[in-house]
Write a protein that binds this ligand. Sequence first.
Ligand SMILES: [Zn+2]
Length: 531
Amino acid sequence: MARERVYLFDTTLRDGAQTNGVDFTLADKLAIAGMLDELGIDYVEGGYPGANPTDTELFGKDRNLDTVFTAFGMTRRPGRSTSNDTGLAALLDAKADAICFVAKSWDYHVKVALETTNEENLASIRDSVRAAKAKGREVLLDCEHFFDGYKANPKYAMACAKAAYEEGARWVVLCDTNGGTLPDEVEKIVGEVVKVIPGDHVGIHAHNDTEQAVANSFAAVRAGARQIQGTLNGLGERCGNANLVSIIPTLKLKPEFAERFDIGVTEGALKKLAHVSRALDERLNRAPNRHAPYVGESAFATKAGIHASAIKKDPTTYEHVAPELIGNRRKVLVSEQAGKSNILAELDRVGIKVDKNDTRIGRLLEIVKEREAIGYAYESADASFELLARRTLGKVPNYFDVTQFDVNVEQRINAKGERVTVTMAVVKVKVGEDNLISAAEGNGPVNALDLALRKDLGKYQKYIAGLKLTDYRVRILNGGTEAVTRVLIESEDERGERWTTVGVSANIIDASFQALMDSIVFKLLKSEAPL
Ligand SMILES: [Zn+2]
């Protein structure tokens, strides 16, 4: 069978920007567009020129991308001519390779929302496509509410799609705007559409309101559609859009699709997918979803001892694809249920060579179990586990000692008469023969302590210069007066590598201090800092 091309259209910067709490700056948009371009996405929808200053500026710039950079906007307003519609004019003037129009395709919306006639809506579609074609742009039409519209009035929904196709739109995109359509309905309706409009001109735009946006996208491809619209990490309003980060590896790695279709994403680019997904979260200042398919930290993690020993023999026993293909990695969790095989598998993964009959393994297992019983969570804190293992095996140098620290929190009225809380930390460190003292102010006690601790480590300072904290999570365990605080700290270095450390204590500062110390020592170890 001849291979066919499936095109990927990313709308993270337009539909994804509708997500609650997401607000892209111009710099964010340019960086994300660059990432999508490198990944090999065919179309990147940048935004809505004319609708807000950021998007107008974005579309005024030269961007130098291979992807088809697409502007989004509405078809001409009812009762206006194309030359007398300022919104349309901004869209036609934008520096875009393609224009994606959105138009109503449900007669009910034409009447109620647009307050016009079915005929005028069709004329608006035709006129707008024609005007963009005349400007030399590739044209797409998003048929809003297509599936609901089709169920209510198939003839009219089809007339909207056909009007765009007949005027020369490259793609007619069927949108499940409310996200409530189910895969079998999508497959059936797309099957009807491709009898009239060739499938290689038909796209799918699915929302995730029944958690089936990805399944709906594949249902459309099965029925003949050849463009999939979606967003990175499934960003989008309400429950999000179809998640391209799940769609791409399925297209590349699952035989049903991989044997029939080519996409613009190469095998090499696929290996960057986990990184791209995390880089977007980083930009949005969100903790990545550990359970995200393919790219999540837990996507290839296994806990029970029997699975771990089987995975060590042959990974395909418990993995549906190899994690390295999408730039992820296998992880064997060390936990209360841990057997010796988990510990051995994890030591192997972090590159600690040890004989499997070494008696220290049993000792390490005991320590892990004891500490997990009092609240440590090593399955979430890989770096603290590695340090604990290396310490038990006698392989961690004593780089420095914190001989004393002091954290002071003070609330007072400042010179302007405002009530302010000021936090200050002082740390005394012994590095070799040197005694160092650092002080720092922070926006809270842990922040001040962190800043003071990393301010001056003498000869080790250069090794931790690129270290930064990216996430800080606190959990109170077993409540009441006996409450214990567990702190998990995620750190990142100048190469973008990340690790997590843990601290446990009745005192939150103390728990944070342990996790901070582990992070710094781990970084020194990774950087092979000399003693
Ligand atoms: Zn949408």
